[in-house]
Write a protein that binds this ligand. Structure first.
Ligand code: PLP
Length: 394
């Protein structure tokens, strides 16, 4: 019904599956032909409190009836409240700038780092070192910051100067020079195979960077907002980064991005801005999501469901040893390394046919980013369906 309209009028940048979902309830989606799907993707890590979340919907309705947007030229109560809540959850004093997406948050982080480099050193520092297999966004600058050459397509050139990437944490040291202002990385590489950096190696690097006054920027666009089990994955590592970025799960599906920093005096009035960023609607959503998830975590329910998911995932990997090498990831940011990455397309299709949505990631990894509120029944049902899908292709 919509398919021909989509193909004629929407620019075709996505490998789209022409299923049409009509409604959702927590981690279950219903297509218009009546078929249901277990959603192990949460719209790529976005629908953190589940589909059809009543509390979030009520907060949004309530806000929309009063004010959606007034601009950043005036005070915005939920923006101030969300920034305060973020600082409390980080556990150290930080200030937040609000954007509308992950890439935009990373752009803001890069601007903040460069402004820091201009302000604090006689020889200007502006270079940023990133890691191979990282993903930082789709704007010209964040594509360049992304440590995958395949993203640096020459048809979009020229790219901005000052970005280089190295293949592992050990190689960061040699890549730093007297013009390096920051190292930017994801603690858990979401697009790069749900790969987790070694804790001690990262702590050692963070310590070294601090001594050299080189900033640590942690991109938690995917790993943040309790997906790792903590508010930030860096809390699992005992890190307090100079700059952290958030987006995906922060407002449960309403577009938002956040640049969070302990360097509160670098940006001055006029240095950065966004028309939509931090408006009433998105920050009210963010407040509601953080209230829901903060309680959910403190009650121990999040840890229980993470544990339950882990047990189901490990059991699944054991029963599909011929295809699955190992389970990877942390919290509800998980993956299965396949023995043969070329199976991916078939697996995604078979899973879809059986009624379970999963994602692909780099390094031949099947990826799971379920809503953080997923139920035990949905986890069981999802893995049963995945089991059936694997049976059909093997
Ligand atoms: C998704 C993602 C981005 C880009 O976010 P957009 O909202 O699509 O711009 C950046 N960094 C990481 C780690 C991501 O997972």
């Amino acid at each position: 019904m919509f398919e021909s309209m989509d193909k004629e009028f929407v620019l075709q940048t996505y490998p789209r599956n022409y299923v049409h979902f009509q409604k959702g309830n927590n981690a279950t989606l219903y297509a218009d032909d009546g078929k249901d799907f277990i959603d192990f993707t949460s719209g790529i890590g976005v629908v953190s409190v589940g589909h059809g979340n009543e509390r979030l919907a009520n907060a949004l309705c309530d806000q929309a009836k009063n004010l959606i947007h007034t601009s950043n030229l005036f005070m915005i109560e939920p923006q101030a409240k969300l920034a305060k809540k973020i600082s409390e959850l980080c556990g150290y004093s930080v200030g937040t700038f609000f954007a509308n997406s992950g890439a935009e948050a990373n752009e803001g982080a890069i601007k903040l780092a460069r402004a820091y480099g201009a302000k604090n050193f006689t020889k200007r520092r502006y270079k940023i070192v990133t890691l191979e297999y990282s993903f930082h966004g789709r704007t010209i600058t964040t594509v360049k910051a992304t440590g995958q050459s395949s993203f640096h397509d020459s048809k979009f050139a020229p790219y901005p100067d000052g970005f280089s990437f190295v293949s592992n944490l050990e190689d960061v040291y040699a890549a730093l020079d007297d013009e390096t202002v920051a190292v930017m990385l994801e603690i858990i590489q979401g697009e790069g195979g749900v790969s987790v950096f070694d804790k001690l190696a990262l702590q050692k690097l963070a310590q070294f960077l601090q001594e050299k006054k080189v900033l640590l920027i942690v991109d938690e666009v995917q790993s943040g907002v309790f997906r790792s089990g903590e508010f930030l994955a860096s809390q699992l590592y005992g890190l307090q980064p100079d700059i952290t970025t958030l987006a995906k799960g922060l407002a449960g599906g309403v577009p938002i991005g956040a640049v969070i920093s302990k360097h509160k005096d670098i940006f001055g009035v006029g240095d950065h801005g966004s028309t939509f960023g931090g408006n009433f609607l998105s920050t009210r959503a963010g407040c509601e999501v953080l209230d829901i998830l903060d309680v959910y975590k403190k009650s121990g329910e999040l840890a229980v469901i993470i544990n339950y998911f882990d047990t189901a995932l490990q059991a699944f990997v054991r029963t599909c040893k011929a295809t699955c090498k190992e389970a990877v990831g942390i919290g509800l940011m998980r993956g299965i390394r396949l023995r043969n990455g070329e199976m991916m397309g078939k697996i995604l299709q078979a899973a879809f046919n059986e009624g379970v949505l999963v994602l692909k990631s780099g390094r031949g990894t099947l990826r799971f980013l379920p809503p953080l509120t997923i139920s035990k029944n949905e986890i069981d049902e999802g893995f049963t369906r995945l089991q059936n899908a694997f049976k059909k292709i093997s």
